[in-house]
Write a protein that binds this ligand. Structure first.
Ligand code: KG4
Ligand code: ZN
Length: 325
C-alpha cells in the first residue's frame, strides 16, 4: 500500500510516499526557515504563504522521486495538529481536495505521535523495528512530552513541559548568546568545542513527576550574560556547553525514570532536539547501563518530515478498516 504523506504544520512543506508503513520511496522537504532567521522565530503569516507556494511542486516531486503516478496512491495522510493554524490549513485543504478527486481515503495524523513513529521508517527494506510497548520522548521546538506507547496508535501521556519546550529553550538561549537561529544546531556545534567547564546551570528537577520545566534555566542564562563583568571575553562556548549539559541531564533522567516506572526496556526518541549529539551520546550510554534499548531516528527524520506522517497513517488506516469490519 502506497501512502502519500503531507506535512505543513510549521515552516516545513513536506511530502513523502511510504510503502506498507515502513519503506520510504520518497521524502521531500523544503523550509522557509532561513526567511524567519532575521526575526529570531517563525512568523506564522510568512510560513503559511510559503506553504501555499511550495505544496504543489513538493507533492509532484515526491511522486516523481518514487516513480509513481497519483493513481498509484492508495491513501493520503496529513498532519491535522498541533501546529500553526495557517500552515496546517494549507496541507489539510490540499489533502482533502486530493482525497476527494482521487476518491481515496484521507487519514488525519497527529504530528507529535508521528515524531515517535520516525523510528519505524527507513529507505532500507531489511530494518529491524523497535518492539512495543515502549516509552517515547518527543523533544522538539514546540513539545517536550513523555508517552507510554502500547501500539502505533495507542499513546498515553506520562508527563510534559510545564512551560517552554526544550527546542524553544535552545532557540531562546542561542539568541541570548548571540548565536544563529535555529539555536539547537548552533549550541550543539559550539558546545562540542568544550571539554569541561566550572560554569553550571540546573533545570528544575520537579521531583517525583515526569514533567519538565525549562523557563528557569533560560532566565539563569540571561542573568549570567547580563551580569558578566567582562562582556568582551564572555565564555559563550562554555555557557552553551553548561546549558546543553543541564538540559540533556534532565531529559536522560526523566526518560530512564519513565522506563523504570513502566518496566519498559524500549525507549524511542523523536523531534528536532533528538538530533542533538550530546543527547544521543549520553542517553545511549546511560540507557545501556540500565539495560534499556534506545532508538533515535536518522538525523533527517528527527526534523519535521512527511514520511513519519505517511508511515503512521498506514497503521491508522489499518486500525480504521478493522473497526469497520
Ligand atoms: O521537530 P522540529 O523540526 O519542529 C517542531 O516540531 O518543533 O524541531 C525543531 C527544533 C528547534 O527548536 C531546533 O532548535 C531544535 O529542534 N534542534 C536542535 C538540534 N537540531 C534541531 N536542538 C538541539 N540540538 C540539535 N542538534
Ligand atoms: Zn515537529
Amino acid at each position: 500500500m502506497n501512502i502519500l504523506g503531507i506535512e505543513t504544520s510549521c515552516d516545513e512543506t513536506a511530502a513523502s510516499i511510504v510503502k506498507d508503513g515502513h519503506r520510504i520511496l520518497s521524502n521531500i522537504v523544503v523550509s522557509s526557515l532561513k526567511e524567519h532567521g532575521k526575526f529570531g522565530g517563525i512568523i506564522p503569516e510568512l510560513a503559511s504563504r510559503r506553504q501555499l507556494e511550495y505544496i504543489n511542486p513538493i507533492v509532484e516531486e515526491s511522486l516523481e522521486k518514487a516513480k509513481l503516478k497519483l493513481e498509484d496512491i492508495d491513501a493520503i495522510a496529513v498532519t491535522i495538529s498541533p501546529g500553526l493554524i495557517g500552515s496546517l490549513l494549507v496541507g489539510v485543504c490540499f489533502a482533502r481536495a486530493l482525497s476527494f478527486a482521487l476518491q481515496k481515503p484521507l487519514i488525519e495524523v497527529n504530528h507529535i505521535q508521528a515524531h515517535l513513529y520516525a523510528n519505524f521508517i527507513s529507505s532500507d527494506q531489511n530494518n529491524h523495528w523497535p518492539r512495543l510497548p515502549a516509552v517515547g520522548l518527543v523533544v522538539s521546538g514546540g513539545h517536550t512530552s513523555l508517552f507510554y506507547l502500547k501500539g502505533f496508535a495507542r499513546f498515553k501521556l506520562l508527563g510534559q513541559t510545564l512551560d517552554d519546550a526544550a527546542g524553544e529553550t535552545f532557540d531562546k538561549v542561542a539568541r541570548i548568546l548571540g548565536l544563529d537561529y535555529p539555536g539547537g544546531p548552533a549550541i550543539d556545534r559550539l558546545a562540542a568545542s568544550v571539554q569541561k567547564t566550572t560554569i553550571r546551570f540546573t533545570c528544575a528537577p520537579l521531583p517525583g513527576t515526569l514533567n519538565f520545566s525549562f523557563s528557569g534555566i533560560k532566565t539563569a542564562v540571561l542573568y549570567f550574560k547580563r551580569d558578566a563583568k567582562d562582556q568582551k571575553n564572555f565564555p559563550t562556548a562554555e555557557v552553551a556547553y553548561a546549558f546543553q549539559d543541564s538540559v540533556v541531564e534532565i531529559l536522560v533522567k526523566k526518560c530512564l525514570l519513565a522506563c523504570e516506572k513502566l518496566k519498559t526496556k524500549t525507549l524511542l526518541i523523536g523531534g528536532g532536539v533528538a538530533a542533538n549529539s550530546a543527547l544521543r551520546q549520553r542517553l545511549s550510554s546511560e540507557a545501556e547501563e540500565k539495560g534499556v534499548k534506545v532508538y533515535f531516528p536518522s538525523l533527517e527524520l528527527c526534523m519535521d518530515n512527511a514520511a513519519m506522517i505517511a508511515g503512521l497513517g498506514f497503521h491508522l488506516l489499518k486500525k480504521e478498516k478493522r473497526r469497520d469490519k
